[in-house]
Every structure is written in structure tokens, then in C-alpha cells.
Ligand binder design. Structure first.
Ligand code: CTP
Length: 424
């Protein structure tokens, strides 16, 4: 019996896939189809799959061409599979010519001509067609536009203030303008992804959330860290009890690139430390300990008190059974790490933790330590755009950042501006 194996993602099964499978099957007597897992695809930079692994498996199953379906989960698995299943022929489409020649050592390798004029990417782009405009200027917007290029079916469109030719808007204006800009976009029927904080007052944030819901629109915070795989996995590990009960979350975010500003005029055009970094630093605190803290203290060193421009701010939160502290700075420097302290061990994320592909779970005995590595492309921004586009399609809010977290962030920012701060 001649055993043939082939691999692919098989998202939105199309006739190019079917023709490939038919010809693969005809090469032998028994066809094994390896379908890539979502995680493995992400490590290969394939972030656009629209169907889940189970849906993709069901699609291939329904063709009736596969005698066996397996899941491809890691780099190097092909060799293991070829040996394990006693495979005689490995085959894929001609878009991979040369890439799998190394498998000739284990079995025969055949590249089949790819069917012209069709691909999952093209179908996804055709299905989606989401036009995103941007508001604001500078590095954030430039990065966002660059990352849009990696997402199937999403295009950046230059929009004026009327927002007529877009479906959605990325708001990266100065934080004090967010409320107005987001409201304007929602009233014009546009979905919004806004740099956090969405507003400088809790009430305003709640009003915007309610407006979005009423209009049937998606409104979400743009905090790229929330979409990084390493970050979302560390939340799971922390909540799983592996480090015991969480008793402290400590997050530090600093960036010094702007510390040479001297003029008030410059400062009015920049985000202060609390707005630039506060939302990111507060994210793990609220996502791990919740938003119902008993008490908080805000300590600040001002760069310009009148403008409420903080060089450095430290916020201490007290929870019934835990504490947290966030430290943010644009005119002071510290190690940008995240530490989650538990009763059995701790999670350590090295600087810059907000764009990490790696974390460690550490214990008293270093032999028990474990390191976790994940793929991170585009600092998480492209995953954030994929999640935003999916939320729009599914007309369902954001899984990664809850409304409760968004409003809690705005609430803290409001207190920074209104409460008596402790100056240091
Ligand atoms: N394939 C093919 N002809 C096409 C598309 C795909 O022969 N028009 C083959 C690929 O060469 C591969 C298998 O089908 O052997 C699965 O390909 P996959 O990457 O899942 O499909 P694509 O349509 O190429 O997906 P994408 O656009 O996301 O790259």
C-alpha cells in the first residue's frame, strides 16, 4: 500500500484545495492530510484564518478524499509523521517548490502544480472588505497603518473629518480629544478602536460604550499587549493556580525618548506618562485581580504641574487579598518588567514586558522553573486588528479587553486628574 501525506491550513476550503487533495490521493492508496493548528499557523505568520481548526478539519473531511486527518502542531513534525505513519510520498502544491526537498531523505517528495487564480487569502479579502481610517498623527498611526497591511480584507483609507468613506476608525488623537473623536465616529455609524484610555472620565467611557451598543457598533481599546500570545497565556498560567494564590501584580512601563522636551508647547502635544503607559500597566492588574480594589494611592512627580504632565507616576492598589502597583514614566527610567507574585512561585516577564514573546514561571527551586516562548509579530498590533475585524464581523464585543477593564482604566485616569495626588 502506497501511503501519501500532505499538509495545509485549508481555511475556507476551495476548489484549489480539492484539486490538490484529488491529485494527492491519486498518487497512492492511502491519503493522510495534516491540518495546521491555529497556534502553529501563528508561528508561521498565518494570522488570518477565519475558520477554527475544527471547522477546517470538517471541511477536509467532507471532501471524502482523506483516509486519515491529523493535526500539525510543531516545527519538525513532518519528519516525525513520515516515520510514524510509514509514509511513501510527501506532496504539497508548487508554491512550496524546493522548501521540502530535505524530506527526500525520508520519502519521495512531489510538488503538484498549484491551481491558478484562487487562494484562501483572496477569498478572505473578498469576503471582508473593511476600510479603516485613522485619526491622530505620529508613530502610533504609522505603525497601525503598516500593520493593517498584514490583515486580509482590511484596507487603510485616508479619511477626512466626515469619515464618509470608511467603515471603522482608529483613534490615536491626544487623550483629551478621545471622547469627542470617538463620539463623533460612533454617531456617524463607524466602529472604533481607540488608544486607551477611551476617555478621561469614567462616565464618558460608559456613555461611549452605551452609544456603541445602541448603534450596533464595536468600540474597543487599542492595547496591543492584550493581543500578544505570551501575555494571554501568562494570564491563563497565573489563573491556573500554578503559582498558588496571586498576592501581588507589579507592572512597570517607561520610555525616555521624549524626556528632552523643554517647552510647554511641546508638552501639550504629547501624552503624559499616565495616559501613555497607565492603561497598559493597569491591564494585568485588572485582568488578574479584577476591578474591585478597596483602595488606591497615586504618587506623582510632575514634569509640569500646571499641565498635569507627570514625569513618573506610581499607583498602589489594595485588594481584599492582594496588592498591585503600576509604575509609569516618560521622564524617568526603570526596568520595564512584570512580576506576578503567588504563594507558590512567581511569573516573571522581562522588559519590555508589554511586547514580549516570552515569560518564565519561577519557583524556590530553580530546577522547577519553566520558560514559555511564543511568536509575536508586529508587537501584537496586527493581532489586535484581526480581533477588531472579527468582532465587527461577528457583531460581538472584544474578548481580550472587557468593558469593565476599559471603564476601570478611565476611572483611574479620572482620579489622576481630579483627586489630590501625593507628589514626590
Ligand atoms: N493549493 C493549491 N492551489 C491553490 C491553493 C492551495 O494547490 N490555489 C494547495 C497548497 O499548495 C497546499 C494546499 O493546497 O498544498 C493547502 O494550501 P493552503 O495554504 O491551506 O491554501 P491557500 O489557499 O494557499 O491559503 P493562503 O491563501 O492562506 O496561503
Amino acid at each position: 500500500m502506497v501511503k501519501v501525506i500532505t499538509y495545509g491550513t485549508y481555511d475556507l476550503l476551495h476548489y484549489g484545495h480539492i484539486r490538490l487533495l484529488e491529485r494527492a490521493k491519486a498518487l497512492g492508496d492511502y491519503l493522510i492530510v495534516g491540518i495546521t493548528s491555529d497556534d502553529y499557523d501563528k508561528t508561521r505568520g498565518k494570522i488570518n484564518n477565519q475558520q477554527s481548526l475544527m471547522e477546517r478539519i470538517a471541511g477536509v473531511e467532507a471532501t471524502g478524499l482523506a483516509d486519515e486527518i491529523i493535526v500539525e502542531e510543531y516545527e519538525g513534525q513532518k519528519i516525525d509523521d513520515i516515520r510514524r505513519y510509514n509514509v511513501d510520498i510527501f506532496t504539497v502544491g508548487s508554491d512550496w517548490v524546493g522548501k521540502f526537498d530535505y524530506l527526500n531523505e525520508f520519502c519521495k517528495v512531489i510538488y503538484l502544480p498549484r491551481t491558478e487564480g484562487i487562494s484562501s487569502s483572496a477569498i478572505r479579502a473578498e469576503k471582508r472588505k473593511l476600510r479603516i481610517g485613522t485619526m491622530g498623527d505620529g508613530g502610533l498611526v504609522r505603525k497601525f497603518i503598516r500593520e493593517i497591511g498584514f490583515v486580509n480584507g482590511v484596507d487603510h483609507v485616508n479619511c477626512g473629518t466626515d469619515l464618509e468613506n470608511v467603515d471603522a476608525v482608529y483613534v490615536a488623537s491626544l487623550p483629551e480629544n478621545h471622547y469627542h473623536d470617538v463620539k463623533n465616529a460612533l454617531l456617524r455609524g463607524k466602529h472604533v478602536i481607540c488608544e486607551s484610555p477611551i476617555a478621561l472620565r469614567r462616565e464618558q467611557c460608559e456613555e461611549l460604550m452605551a452609544l456603541a451598543q445602541k448603534q450596533g457598533l464595536i468600540l474597543t481599546d487599542a492595547i496591543k499587549t492584550a493581543y500578544s500570545t505570551a501575555y494571554s497565556r501568562l494570564l491563563v498560567v497565573a489563573k491556573s493556580g500554578r503559582i498558588g494564590e496571586i498576592i501581588s501584580v507589579d507592572a512597570t512601563c517607561t520610555s525616555m525618548q521624549d524626556c528632552s522636551w523643554k517647552q510647554d508647547a511641546d508638552l501639550t502635544q504629547k501624552q503624559n506618562s499616565i495616559c501613555a503607559w497607565g492603561p497598559t500597566a493597569m491591564l494585568p492588574v485588572f485582568q488578574l485581580l479584577g476591578t474591585h480594589y478597596k483602595q488606591k494611592t497615586i504618587l506623582t512627580r510632575f514634569l509640569n504641574k500646571e499641565l498635569k504632565f507627570d514625569a513618573y507616576t506610581k499607583i498602589d492598589f489594595v485588594y481584599p487579598n492582594a496588592v498591585a502597583s503600576v509604575k509609569v514614566a516618560k521622564a524617568a527610567k526603570a526596568e520595564g518588567e512584570l512580576i506576578i507574585t503567588g504563594t507558590k512561585g512567581y511569573i516573571y516577564v522581562p522588559a519590555p514586558w508589554w511586547k514580549t514573546d516570552y515569560f518564565e514561571v519561577r519557583f524556590e527551586n530553580p530546577a522547577d522553573n519553566k520558560r514559555f516562548f511564543y511568536q509575536l509579530d508586529g508587537e501584537g498590533i496586527r493581532y489586535e486588528i484581526v480581533a477588531f475585524a472579527r468582532a465587527i464581523e461577528r457583531k460581538r464585543g472584544n474578548y481580550s479587553i472587557s468593558q469593565e477593564t476599559s471603564t476601570a482604566i478611565c476611572s483611574v485616569i479620572e482620579d489622576y486628574y481630579n483627586a489630590d495626588l501625593m507628589e514626590i
